[in-house]
Design a protein around this ligand. Structure first.
Ligand code: PMP
Length: 458
């Protein structure tokens, strides 16, 4: 398996990204934030890292500000504000369920994020149930299943070939669950969910969709796709307040191992024995993230209120500008899993041949004010199969991205190849950094670290 350029399938007809292009689809907090460059100037931050964590929607920030004065303990408080907060928390759960097309008998468990949600589900797979997963997955949708001795099926060169391999495997062994990505965090691609669901259901297996990248970028419905579970994260869905969700079929969740042992998850406790309650409370022991859930619900409502197809059209156009611009640069290779995949989401991973992705990313940040991600994107098996085991650079698009931001990346990559970096870069603790970096980390924004030194690279 190797790097495939997208020029054949995805090149835009327009070559000059600067001339026209969409603006941001929704207002996000911090869109005008300026960041320092190493030459002492500042530029508006070009945030092309939404796939890692997306900025908050302005609507989400406004909602959080609105509800904070009403915030109080939930579920067991007798006070008026406890009642209000409980009502807001439970209403948020139902908004989140509706947003992902939950069926009548499905339910949402509020989690910390996708990783949390998938680990929770792993504790609910009926004992002895086998799990099947492809090697394209983010570690969050691989390691919880690896713990259950899952079968990891190698992907084939094409979507069609991979679906055939899936069908063959499902015909030979009986599985309880197929775990599949809704959209790869490396390439934005996915298998068609409907086909995966059909093959799995025909073989008697359920399907969980890792929706971490899909849900913020596309409309998704459990009812329409037939998928049994979906997991996703608030911080990627423009609601970075620490909540995520697992939504899906009630029976496994009612019976499964309580995710956390503690208050709120029980019907009755004796010192030697506990009678657990049913889902969702069964898996939400401890004080829940009320504000996080409300923030996530607001993001869901704001995205759901967009005109039909607007999200998809925005991403399609920006992705075409980005990929078309990148493949037109000599030496730049865009990574793909499948030659025949359709409509990837706005996540694009590339390499500049012969150049360390960490250096390229550090240069784009220090000399152009651009935020991209480099590394292996928590998908080591996939990157190894794609022939880029040392990693790559990833640019990702969100509702706050506009054509000008995409163009800035293209300008930056071209400048890197034409002129090279101005500063001297070195690897410190495995991370590319500017030697004698003059950029203030916090002072520019009137902030100071509470304790210790803030790390520039985690
Ligand atoms: N799955 C995919 C496809 C992801 O992109 C990510 C985050 N990069 C995760 C799962 C894990 O999400 P979180 O870190 O919010 O748990």
């Amino acid at each position: 398996m190797s790097v495939i350029t997208e020029s054949a399938t995805c090149a835009p007809t327009r070559t000059d990204a600067r001339s026209t292009g969409p603006g941001a689809l929704l207002p996000v907090v911090g869109a005008a934030t300026r960041v320092p460059l190493i030459d002492g100037s500042t530029r508006t931050y070009a945030n092309l890292d939404s796939a890692a964590s997306a900025p908050a929607l302005e609507a989400v920030a406004a909602r959080v500000t609105e509800v904070l004065p009403l915030y109080a303990s939930v579920h067991r408080g007798a006070g008026y504000l406890s009642q209000v907060s409980t009502a807001l928390y439970e209403a948020s759960r139902h908004t989140i369920e509706r947003f992902v097309g939950a069926r009548e008998d499905d339910l949402a468990i509020i989690t910390r994020n996708t990783t949390d949600a998938l680990n929770l589900l792993a504790g609910c797979v009926p004992p002895g149930g086998k799990v099947l997963v492809l090697d394209v997955e983010h570690h969050a949708n691989l390691l919880p299943w690896q713990r259950l001795n899952a079968t990891v099926l190698p992907f084939e060169d094409t979507v069609a070939g991979t679906l055939e391999a899936l069908a063959r495997e499902l015909a030979t062994t009986s599985y309880a669950l197929v775990a599949t990505t809704g959209a790869s965090n490396v390439t934005g691609e996915a298998l068609p969910i409907d086909d995966v669901v059909r093959l799995a259901h025909d073989a008697g297996a359920r399907v969980v969709v890792d929706g971490a990248q899909l849900v913020p970028h596309r409309g998704f419905s459990l009812a329409e796709t037939g998928a049994d579970y979906v997991a996703f994260s608030g911080h990627k869905t423009y609601a970075p307040f620490g909540a995520g969700a697992l939504v899906g079929r009630r029976d496994w969740l009612d019976e499964g191992t309580p995710y956390l042992a503690g208050g709120g998850a029980v019907k009755h406790v004796r010192v030697d024995r506990t009678l657990w309650t049913t889902a969702p409370a069964r898996h939400e022991a401890g004080s829940p993230n009320v504000i996080g859930a409300i923030a996530l619900a607001e993001a869901c409502e704001t995205l759901a209120a967009l005109p039909d197809g607007a999200l998809e059209a925005h991403e399609r156009e920006l992705r075409l500008l980005l990929v078309g611009g990148l493949v037109a640069i000599d030496g730049v290779e865009v990574v793909r899993i499948w030659a025949d995949s359709v409509e990837p989401i706005g996540v694009v991973t590339f390499n500049v041949a012969g150049h360390d992705p960490g250096l390229v990313a550090a240069y784009l940040a220090a000399e152009h004010g651009i935020g991209v991600r480099d590394g292996k994107f928590c998908a080591h098996p996939l990157l190894a199969r794609l022939g880029v085991p040392a990693g790559a650079v990833r640019a990702s698009i969100g509702v706050g991205t506009d054509a000008e931001t995409v163009d800035r990346l293209l300008v930056g990559v071209r400048a890197y190849l034409a002129d090279g970096p101005t500063a001297t870069y070195e690897v410190v603790d495995g991370c590319w950094t500017v030697q004698n970096d003059p950029r203030p980390l916090l002072e520019l924004h009137g902030l100071s670290a509470l304790a210790g030194t803030a790390a520039a690279c985690a």
